[in-house]
Ligand binder design. Structure first.
Ligand SMILES: [Zn+2]
Ligand SMILES: [Zn+2]
Length: 324
């Protein structure tokens, strides 16, 4: 099969012909129809996540069709493969409904080969049925930007005035969910990024402006999707007493030193790690009811490096998707 392969940190992906994966017990073999590109893929390429398998196929927002294997899905079924690829089911986290924190978890496109390829094998217990009504390309970003964005939103509580910092793939989906829930959304972007600010307003945000500038009013909660540590004190400063700041990314640059006063008043700062299968089921049931509209920019598989470059440069409108 054709795949884009990462040989080590700091390298470009290269096109390669790999042996077709052989599905083990309980695994399905999928023909990949589309695979979303995630900020996490960049963190892996850059060596900021330090435990990838040595020769790696990236990609953890996979939409594919079942070719063989497993019992849960039939041949030809459309299936989604997310970041959480396997858990042990036995550790204290798995046994307490927190499989996202599993000590031995294996992640798709990190410790297991992912979807920047024509074929992928996945543990069927961690796959999702894709809601009808979403074409393959539009469904792909739901599988990480959507799922992890949704978990981030849930952990922020149900405050009405919601700030979203970094308006990329996750934010453009979660903004729609938040508006559907009756919240008021304030979008914080890079200074002067008028195109993204316009995009946020189109998706229902009532205000869009500079992330490091003052908010138009106090927020009840803030979600941070951009991997920039300086947004943490900025968001804490923007939330009211008792408000939450939730960091939705897997990696962030260092958080600058800040006065305790920013956290005082029972403000809460927390991260979100991975997803549970329950998050996925819940979000994929909700998305068509909102309905969440996904804006995608597509790249043929062999141009995956270009997709990553454009994501790095903040040039992607919505979400990038590679198509084998
Ligand atoms: Zn992701
Ligand atoms: Zn576990």
């Amino acid at each position: 099969m054709r795949a884009m392969v990462l040989d080590g940190p700091g390298r470009r992906l290269h096109e390669a012909e790999l042996a077709a994966p052989e599905p083990g017990a309980g695994e399905v073999l999928l023909g990949v129809a589309a695979c979303g590109v995630c900020r996490t893929d960049l963190h892996i390429v850059d060596g900021e996540l330090t435990e990838p398998k040595p020769t790696l196929v990236l990609g953890h927002q996979i939409v594919g069709r079942v070719l063989a294997g497993g019992e849960r899905f039939g041949e030809g079924d459309r299936v989604g493969v997310p970041w959480l690829g396997w858990t042990d089911g036995t550790c204290r986290y798995c046994r307490s409904g927190r499989e996202n924190l599993c000590d031995r978890a294996a992640f798709t496109g990190y410790q297991r080969d992912g979807g920047y390829a024509q074929l992928v094998a996945a543990d069927e217990r961690f796959c999702f049925a894709i809601p009808a009504g979403y074409p393959d390309l539009q469904a792909a970003p739901l599988l990480c930007a959507g799922l992890i964005g949704f978990r981030t939103l849930k952990l922020a509580g149900d405050g009405e005035r919601l700030g979203i910092y970094g308006f990329g793939a996750a934010a453009h989906l979660i903004c729609q969910v938040a508006v559907h829930e009756g919240r008021r959304v304030f979008a914080f972007t890079r200074a002067g990024d008028e195109e993204t600010q316009r995009f946020a307003l189109e998706l229902g945000a009532e205000w869009a402006g500079d992330a490091l500038g003052p908010p138009p009013e106090e927020l009840d909660a803030a979600l941070i999707f951009a991997p920039a540590g300086e947004l943490v004190p900025a968001a804490l400063k923007a939330v009211a007493k008792g408000g939450s700041v939730v960091c939705g990314g897997i990696h962030m640059s260092d958080i600058p030193q800040m006065p305790y006063e920013l956290l005082w008043g029972e403000r809460v700062l927390r991260s979100v790690a991975n997803l549970t299968r329950a998050d996925g089921e819940q979000f994929l049931e909700l998305a068509p009811r909102v309905p969440v509209r996904t804006e995608v920019e597509t790249f043929p598989l062999e141009r995956a490096n270009e997709a990553l470059d454009r994501l790095r440069g903040g040039e992607i409108h919505g979400a990038a998707v590679v198509v084998p």
